[in-house]
Design a protein around this ligand. Sequence first.
Ligand code: F6P
Length: 373
Amino acid sequence: MAKSIGILTAGGDSPGLNAAIRAIGKTALSSYGMEVIGFLDGFRGLAENRTIRLDEAALSGILTVGGTLLGTSRDKPHRMLVGGKVLDMTDTIVDSYHKNHLDVLVCLGGGGTHKNAYRLMQKGLNIVTLPKTIDNDIAITDTTLGFDTALAIATEAIDRLHSTAHSHHRIVIVGIMGHNTGWLALGAGIAGGANVILIPEMPYDIDVIADAIHQRSRHGKNFSIVAVAEGAMSKEEAAMVQKVVELKEKAETKKEKKEAKAQLKELKEQHNSDILPLAKKLEELTGLESRVTILGHLQRGGIPSPVDRLLASRLGTACTSLIHDENYGIMAAIQGQHIKPVRLEEVVGKRKVIPLDHSWIKTATQLEISLGS
Ligand code: F6P
């Protein structure tokens, strides 16, 4: 009997999701005669059984469209806000899967989505995932869907900020997304010719940054572009976070764990507004005027790049072949020129950070870009 596929997109949207949905759907319909439905708004739509049929008409004309036609959310199956209460909706979701006579659920998402998909796999559902996030931080895959487009957007922003920084002899600080990793900031910083790049993997020392800017001034370059990953931290901040992380790990009681979690949340909230004080401090230390531009969700919007469309099409078609072969409990990963199935348990709970010996770090250093440490 022909298989029935359910698809959902969860977590932050990213360019290329529609191209991936299209590729899964088109191959499923035309090559294998499978049925395809989509659940709206991530795991919430699965819990509430809100579906759309992904037939030829629904899949047509979406290759270049940004966002996701299915909608998305950050809802977790086991902790979902329903009628003002946080409920475990896992059993409802399992029911919904069976009510729709699904053979497999395809989840397109990042780290959180993989954890949630894995939990559903442990409840007996057949799962296949595709790695999607502009952050490029999913383990065991070389790259993720949406990263290339976001990289291009952030690079173009740096290009545009260059001329105004130069004209006004200013420091321009560009805030770049990336959650707790620096892939986007480092990639766009190198590609856009930033003078300083700050990433979470290398806690920074503000005096080192100021020195780098001074040195540029001594060479007659009295402007600087500082690309800052949203998760980048000073050495002092990183030490504070590390202390609380250790407290959380050592916590023996539920209360201690909760307190450590609350402290981490507070530190994170304080950190989110750190970029303005950083600009102020650099002004004081260098005597140069500074301005801040936070790119934010601009990096996730609009049409996917050709590289992301190609990646989405390859991942989507490979996904349908894996389903045809009943290869479940896996993520379709990009490894070199190939797409390979990797067991979900190998991916879940691991974050791909930039290794300190990564070639991009070496490149930045050789180009005399200050990494602030
Ligand atoms: O994971 C993608 C991402 O864009 C991160 O870079 C960023 O930290 C986060 O999502 C922002 O989330 P939201 O869209 O919920 O504000």
